[in-house]
Design a binder for this molecule. Structure first.
Ligand code: DGL
Length: 272
């Protein structure tokens, strides 16, 4: 059986990358919905129908669990999909607001996400639940997904865009930056240059992979790693992932090489 992981595009590879390290014996399908990217500027109805299509694809491809590796799609569609496909474990990434508030030391927390996620009730309810001291600010970054999909991770335009979007915030009053869209992890080096050193970046991918492991373990469906801890260097030659773009298998050598480069970039971004 497979584990299906999907996003509107390359953002979800952040989560896949962590899953490969923590669950090296599993077989994965990674589905990027490239025909419909970006989700974050679409209507909720559109996103629900895209997500529904992806989940049906995953079920037809023998998946024992599906991970929504897209904060926007989780916010909009996870609840509905869990009701509709009750026998399938559906795990959704969410912005790491709770750990960020817990670690903020009473200083401010900035959550960056897509416009659709920022305006969804689900994110606002999450903030209301964990932010008793009103430390959290939300900021939409509508342009960053398109930069990522173009492979433009480091450029003057990216820096200028982020600088302008962050300019309204007194960042010395913040200790946490929550990357509330999986695509944003590709830009951690530029964020790092623009935010003060005390600001720590956090995203929900590790917590989501751990949740996936707990869910599979509770169903006796988790393949434990043969040895103790693993790392990317150890597992990268041995990984088992099939990649799809909106349902079409990626077999083209140039595209697969680009995917390898994205993993290398994510590995570099990990400890920033
Ligand atoms: N990567 C997705 C997320 O985490 C959204 C990207 C998009 O707008 O398509 O929200």
């Amino acid at each position: 059986m497979n584990i299906g992981i999907f996003d509107s595009g390359i953002g979800g590879m952040t989560l896949l990358h962590q899953a490969l390290v923590l669950m090296p014996r599993e077989k994965f399908l990674f589905y990027a919905d490239t025909d419909h990217v970006p989700y974050g500027t679409k209507t909720r109805e559109q996103v629900v129908s895209y997500v529904d299509g992806v989940i049906r694809f995953m079920m037809a491809h023998d998946c024992k669990a599906v991970v929504i590796a897209c904060n926007t799609a989780t916010a909009v569609a996870a609840e509905q999909m869990r009701l509709k496909y009750a026998s399938l474990p559906i795990i959704g990434i969410e912005p790491a607001v709770k750990p960020a508030v817990a670690e903020s030391g009473g200083k401010r927390v900035l959550v960056v996400a897509t416009p659709l996620a920022v305006h969804e009730r689900r994110l606002q309810q999450l903030v209301a639940r964990v932010d008793d001291a009103h430390l959290v600010d939300l900021l939409e970054l509508p342009g960053l997904v398109e930069f990522a999909e173009r492979g433009e991770f480091v450029s003057d335009r990216v820096s200028a865009y982020l600088k302008e979007r962050l300019s309204g915030f007194a960042l010395d009053r913040y200790t946490e930056l929550v990357l509330g869209c999986t695509h944003f992890n590709y830009f951690k080096d530029t964020f790092r240059e623009l935010i003060p050193p005390q600001v720590h970046m956090i995203d929900g991918s590790l917590g989501t992979v751990r949740q996936l492991m707990r869910v599979l373990a509770s169903r006796q469906e988790l393949l434990e790693p043969a040895t103790g801890s693993t790392d990317w260097e150890q597992c990268k030659n041995d990984i088992c992932v099939r990649y799809f773009e909106s349902g079409r298998a990626v077999t083209d050598a140039a595209k697969l090489e680009r995917i390898g480069q994205l993993h290398e970039r994510l590995e570099k971004m990990q400890n920033l």
